[in-house]
Design a protein around this ligand. Structure first.
Ligand code: SF4
Length: 252
């Protein structure tokens, strides 16, 4: 039996892998699909986590493109509903890699999804059919941990410092705090904590708008009408109000 964990660089998938190592039979393999848009501290976390988990195997897949390379290649800027970046950099290479090596009969795919966001699982199960998909943090008889305890439990059990983006206020460690699906909260956080990285993405958005026309990642609603909102326009507003947090749904 093979247990493959989609190892994203976040604490939930790392803790999921550790739990599997300690509680389930079978070979444990960690699969990391690199978007080349990641925060530098993600690689430190991956290396130290791998040492702590001691899996039977680790695979690091990169397509050689970052998210902006994908948007330009596909001639489509991702948004909260359509994510060519995740499809090209994560889902497709992961599918190809798994199909070539593991049969559905002997393989279970694990995702670090917490029960508080369990609604994500059904789409993932459909996407990965006929492979069996599990998320042990959604299973009352497996690893039903409180969301607020994930980071401390991880640190207590491994001594591995959590990725720095969490300390900076981000709710995920994907794409260096940038995400086309995560919404204004993350863009505000990115602007406040890493303005140079925000500018990099804002310039990339401006460049692709020259190629593709009036496309934006963000939208806003005024008087019941939706408007496109560029990252530059969003940053230029002197008052970026308190915003609700919507967690990143990458790989979902
Ligand atoms: S984290 Fe967001 S921007 Fe990065 S690959 Fe996933 S959906 Fe795309």
């Amino acid at each position: 039996m093979y247990n493959i964990v989609f190892f994203s660089g976040g604490v939930s998938s790392a803790l999921t892998a550790l739990w599997i190592r300690n509680n389930l039979p079978g070979k444990l393999h960690l699969l990391f699909t690199d978007t080349l848009t990641e925060d530098e501290d993600l690689y430190r976390f991956l290396d130290e986590s791998i040492d702590a988990i001691a899996p039977d195997g680790v695979t690091h897949i990169t397509s050689g493109m970052n998210v902006w390379d994908v948007f330009n290649k596909e001639r489509f800027l991702g948004n909260s509903r359509i994510d060519p970046c995740s499809k090209v950099l994560k889902r497709e290479p992961a599918r190809k890699w798994i199909n070539a090596r593991y049969s559905p009969e002997e393989t279970t795919l694990f995702f670090g999804i917490h029960w508080s966001e369990e609604e994500r699982l059904s789409a993932i199960k459909t996407n990965w059919n006929p492979y069996k998909v599990r998320s042990v943090m959604c299973e009352p008889d497996s690893f039903f941990i409180d969301a607020s305890a994930i980071k401390t439990t991880w640190y207590e059990q491994t001594g591995v410092k959590i990725p720095r983006l969490y300390d900076m206020g981000f709710t995920h460690n994907n794409c260096g705090g940038f995400c086309i699906k995560a919404g204004k909260y993350h863009f505000k956080k990115l602007l406040q904590t890493m303005p140079e990285r925000y500018d990099y993405h804002a310039n990339k958005e401006e460049q692709i708008r020259h190629r593709l026309g009036d496309v934006t990642i963000l939208r806003e609603q005024r008087d019941k009408t939706k408007y496109r909102l560029t990252m530059k326009e969003f940053a230029s507003r002197s008052e970026v109000k308190e915003l609700e947090c919507h967690s990143c749904r990458c790989f979902g």
